[in-house]
Design a protein around this ligand. Structure first.
Ligand code: ZN
Length: 539
């Protein structure tokens, strides 16, 4: 068999000898070209100056390391005006000048690094018979390609993500036309995005959440960039507004649930062990201390962002604490999974042919579904697999343990459900709540009309809706409407353009996954490269 067929070499190189040792395959090859082109002046020269041997690492063979001894030549440049007197012959598709390994093994290391991160790649490379230090892996992964990825982007999607919840945030940038991640910024400050925008003058439209820093960055660096508020975030914000209001009505929520409980058959009370009770009390005390600390800092005039940094409490929780009239007790643990209320609508979408968990999640998330994508995925997985054998006739279904009360989240979630989809118990709870607190009905109506206004992109209805809000008895709603007025152009653009940041949320979920397999010291830069190296999303 012709070994030259097995061991691929580029044009101009001939295989001389192949020696198989226990650990290593040594390959000797030589150049047979009679001339070479000067890299400086492109003149072809046949005047050989000297011979020398390069030793290169190559892709492994049957788990043996492959070492390539390459006999190459130096030529004299025959162009008298060329500053380069002597040059080495090049094999640009095979190896870089001065490199210690072939390009193909370098690509392999890079692919391993992108897929597995530094440490994982190093381990697998060793198993494959490639020796690569952690630093080599990182260097190959870091090769700068982002500059080309982000060139020419016109429709930009911007969103933040947490490196560590409530401690450090970064910014993810997406090309919404190409549906791909184009860059990752190490923080979410105005300055960093301003710099980036200045280096990317092609951006025409920027879709963003309603955080002020991104908007300010666009105004500062590129006033010609049209800003678009993201519809997905608008819906999220509206839901949060209702949640803040419900938090303030915490006492009514409990009362409505209590009224419901007294109508129920005697409730089963779960016994708790003394240790359990003690732990619960300790946790409650710790929460109460944090609650009071947050309120005290706020009274001293410390901004929420700074409170978050000092106390380690998430910012959303801080806002909840600040708007509550009193300490929000943890409600008895729910036996209902948060996904349960949305199962009917998911089932409907599933039957209509939408089987992608991420898309399904995005839809219910925009309606206020509080948890992550994992539960949706589990649910959908179960739907994919055939149902279990039918229950033996006669054995009754176990009675589902009824929820004792509803949290703020769940209440908001119930408020977005169509009346027909509510269980008897849920409907009763909402009716009682609205009797206790008539403005809840108003909040529900406003939220529903906002939802249809946004999803149908019915800009004609916006002004009417804003006016209703401004006359609302709910302070949170009035504030929300004023905020939208301040961001008027971007909100109207959101209804005018089809761009949605839904895909950005999907990418942020992927980013969280990658983040978990990271190489500590490479941190941000590696994360960025790995994210950018991912393929384009299908439309
Ligand atoms: Zn030359």
């Amino acid at each position: 068999m012709d070994l030259a067929l097995l061991f691929r070499l580029p044009e101009g190189l001939r295989l001389l000898r192949l020696t198989v040792l226990p650990q290593i395959v040594r390959v000797e090859a030589a150049s047979y070209r009679s001339s070479s082109r000067c890299p400086s002046c492109q003149t072809v020269s046949e005047r050989i100056h000297s011979y020398y041997t390069r030793t290169l690492a190559d892709v492994p063979c049957s788990s043996r390391r492959v070492v390539l001894d390459l006999h190459v030549r130096k030529f004299r440049c025959t162009n008298a005006r060329c500053p380069q007197r002597v040059f080495t012959e090049r094999f640009p598709d095979f190896v870089r000048p001065k490199a210690r390994k072939t390009l193909r093994v370098g690509e392999l290391i890079r692919a391993l690094g992108l897929a597995l991160g530094g440490r994982g790649a190093q381990r697998l490379a060793r198993l494959l018979g490639i020796s690569a230090s952690g630093r080599t892996v990182l260097r190959s992964v870091m090769r700068e390609e982002a500059a080309t990825a982000s060139r020419g982007v016109r429709i930009l999607g911007v969103d933040d993500f947490a490196f560590r919840r409530s401690y450090r945030y970064g910014t993810l940038l997406m090309d919404l036309e190409q549906r791909r991640v184009i860059d990752l910024l190490p923080d979410r400050t105005q300055g960093t995005l301003t710099d980036w925008l200045q280096r990317h003058p092609d951006v025409r439209i920027m879709s963003r959440d309603r955080g002020g820093d991104y908007a300010a960055a666009a105004r500062a660096s590129a006033p010609s960039v049209e800003q678009v508020a993201d519809r997905f975030h608008l819906l999220l914000n509206a839901g949060e507004v209702v949640e803040r209001y419900l938090t303030r009505q915490h006492a009514s929520l409990r009362e409505a649930a209590r009224a419901l409980a007294s109508e129920d058959a005697p409730r089963r009370t779960t016994k708790r062990s003394p240790t359990d009770m003690r732990r619960r009390q300790e946790r409650r005390a710790a929460r109460l201390a944090r609650f009071e600390q947050v309120r005290a800092l706020s009274r001293e005039g410390v901004a929420a962002r700074q409170i978050a940094e000092e106390t380690g409490v998430a910012r959303a929780t801080i806002y909840r604490y600040l708007s509550a009239t009193h300490f929000p007790e943890h409600l008895p643990r729910q036996h209902e999974r948060p996904i349960e209320p949305s199962i009917p609508s998911l089932q409907e979408r599933w039957n209509a042919g939408e089987h992608r968990p991420l898309t399904l999640w995005r839809e219910i998330h925009a309606q206020g579904y509080p948890a992550g994508v994992a539960q949706v995925r589990r649910l959908v997985m179960a739907w994919r697999t055939p149902p279990p054998a039918p229950r033996i006739a006669g054995s009754p279904l176990p009675a589902k343990e009824e929820a004792i009360s509803y949290s703020v989240r769940q209440t908001r979630w119930l408020l977005t459900k169509p009346q027909a989809a509510l269980s008897v118990r849920e409907a009763l709870y909402l009716t009682t709540l609205k009797q206790l607190c008539p403005a809840v009905a108003e909040a529900q109506r406003l939220l529903a009309s906002f939802h249809s206004l946004i999803t149908e992109r019915a800009s004609a209805r916006l002004d009417g809706w804003l006016e209703q809000c401004e006359h609302s008895s709910i302070a949170e709603v009035v504030r929300f409407a004023l905020g939208l007025r301040r961001d008027d152009a971007a909100v109207r653009a959101a209804l005018r353009y089809p761009w949605s940041q839904g895909p950005v949320e999907g990418q942020i979920n992927r980013l969280k996954l990658l983040k978990r397999q990271m190489y500590g010291r490479a941190g941000f830069a590696l994360l960025r490269q790995r994210l950018l190296a991912q393929p384009t999303l299908p439309p």
